[in-house]
Ligand binder design. Sequence first.
Ligand SMILES: Nc1ncnc2c1ncn2[C@@H]1O[C@H](COP(=O)(O)OP(=O)(O)O)[C@@H](O)[C@H]1O
Ligand SMILES: O=C(O)C1=C[C@@H](OP(=O)(O)O)[C@@H](O)[C@H](O)C1
Ligand SMILES: [Mg+2]
Length: 249
Amino acid sequence: MIKNLYLVGFMGVGKSTIARALRRRIGWELVDIDSMIVREQGMPVAQIFAERGEEEFRRIESETLARISEGKHQIISCGGGVPMRQENIRIMKENGICILLTASPYVILRRVEKDTSRPLLQGKKTIKGISGLIRERMPYYEKACDERVSVNRRTVRMVVDEIVRRMTKRGYVQEQNREQSREKTEIREPGGGRRKDGIRGAGAQDLKQGQGWGSGESRATGDRTQKRPKTDQRLRAERKSKNGERKGD
Ligand SMILES: Nc1ncnc2c1ncn2[C@@H]1O[C@H](COP(=O)(O)OP(=O)(O)O)[C@@H](O)[C@H]1O
Ligand SMILES: O=C(O)C1=C[C@@H](OP(=O)(O)O)[C@@H](O)[C@H](O)C1
Ligand SMILES: [Mg+2]
């Protein structure tokens, strides 16, 4: 049995969001390395970069990764820079499976353009800037990962389904009753509001069910909001998207 599941990939690809949704689905502990660093250091990532420098952030990041990797059955959301150190790759390989989430520069740009918490993206929020950074990092990401999953044109639920499918195929988790497990993957926000990017409240840190919130994540194509189709239509669409992925990824 594997110990941990590590999510890696470029900034804004959705590692933290997917990790939270996966926790509901497979019931493992959730550890977001950046959140843990922020909590333990008592300041945001951007402030650590500004006051202590990137090297110090990387040292803390590696130390945190090593420490949490001693635990088991954890979904570990890594910061986008984790695979840049060979030592970090070694730790992940020794302690679990590493899944790389990928997205086009366009999707990344849309997700990070209003965000100010990622210091390495300041002044680089253009297709050219993001493409350049992705190109530099991709060899390290490839080296670290055991599986890669595209998030382009996929909702949080679709990405989670795909990861669970891969984990099940490898015998690392047992697939639960699909509809039951979906309940756990519902992502809600107060008032049931629908976000512009087509997912519901996936950015919220502390999501709880049963608080009179909206009825779950909407299905989206190309991150655009759509009315949620009926179940059999939904399953057909999902199968179609999986076929598309096999051809395209
Ligand atoms: N599948 C998705 N569809 C649409 N938006 C998403 C999806 N996954 C994540 N997001 C949004 O993208 C942004 C970045 O996600 P986040 O989980 O913080 O990325 P990372 O941890 O990889 O940097 C957040 O606003 C999040 O809500
Ligand atoms: O790619 C990187 O070097 C970084 C990614 C960030 O995390 P996310 O990938 O969750 O945005 C955060 O760790 C820090 O800003 C550095
Ligand atoms: Mg994150």
